[in-house]
Write a protein that binds this ligand. Structure first.
Ligand SMILES: Nc1ncnc2c1ncn2[C@@H]1O[C@H](COP(=O)(O)OP(=O)(O)OP(=O)(O)O)[C@@H](O)[C@H]1O
Ligand SMILES: [Mg+2]
Length: 212
């Protein structure tokens, strides 16, 4: 599949600051008048949002791990074909709050289905549509968790700390495996320090691609 635009994803533990940084990036792109699409996973399409509700519903405690992995992949397949790939084909910038690395980290490492198994499932869902750059916000999951109110936690966020530690280990292993794609950002800095670092990278990439 051809890819003309620029695809950026944000990854990291719950409460690491992904949504906060994405809103800064949105302001930046709007200021520059760039054509962008902001989206999130699970969800991002009408069908995907329905799947998101099933995945994250705290009542669905019976869900087996493979069902969870396949539902995430199903939501992603819809998202890629309906939103992400068409936008990239039109030359737009796509910013996605969580993408395939989340599945590898949460289902592959957190649920222990295996990173390779979850990657293989997702290969069919994404059809080669990988981000050009992924910002991985590095923060101890314990500290990220403290930032989210317990009443607002979904089924995955409510998991035990050891689950989130395995997820985190998965993220760090992926950062080592794909250094050309994944940029690690220190999540313990202030919101502004993180913003400046991310915008520095984005400006450089936009210049390299002749977009800015
Ligand atoms: N650098 C920071 N320092 C301290 N608090 C922060 C920082 N960045 C974000 N926060 C706060 O932490 C909370 C979680 O941030 P945010 O929603 O951006 O995280 P997230 O990674 O999107 O979380 P989730 O995975 O739950 O969607 C928010 O209340 C936010 O204001
Ligand atoms: Mg968020």
């Amino acid at each position: 599949m051809s890819k003309a635009g620029l695809f950026i994803s944000f990854e990291g533990p719950d409460g690491s600051g992904k949504s906060t940084q994405i809103s800064y990036l949105k302001e930046f792109f709007e200021e520059k008048g760039l054509d962008c699409v902001f989206t999130r996973e699970p969800g991002g399409t009408e069908i995907g949002e329905k799947l998101r509700d099933v995945i994250l519903d705290t009542h669905n405690y019976e869900m087996c791990d493979m069902t969870e992995a396949l539902l995430y992949a199903a939501s992603r397949a819809q998202h890629v074909s309906q939103v992400i790939q068409p936008a990239l084909d039109e030359g737009k910038i796509v910013v996605c709050d969580r993408y395939v690395d989340s599945s590898v980290a949460y289902q592959g490492y957190g649920r222990q289905l295996g990173g390779d198994v979850v990657s293989a499932i997702n290969d069919h869902a994404i059809m080669g549509c990988l981000p050009d750059v992924t910002f991985l916000i590095e923060i101890d999951p314990k500290d990220g968790k403290k930032r989210i109110k317990s009443s607002e936690r979904d089924r995955l966020e409510s998991e035990k700390l050891w689950f989130h530690k395995r997820v985190y280990k998965g993220y760090l292993e992926m950062a080592e495996k794909y250094p050309e794609r994944i940029i690690v950002i220190d999540g313990t800095g202030s919101r502004e320090e993180m913003r400046d670092e991310i915008l520095g990278h984005v400006s450089r990439i936009l210049k390299e691609r002749g977009i800015l």
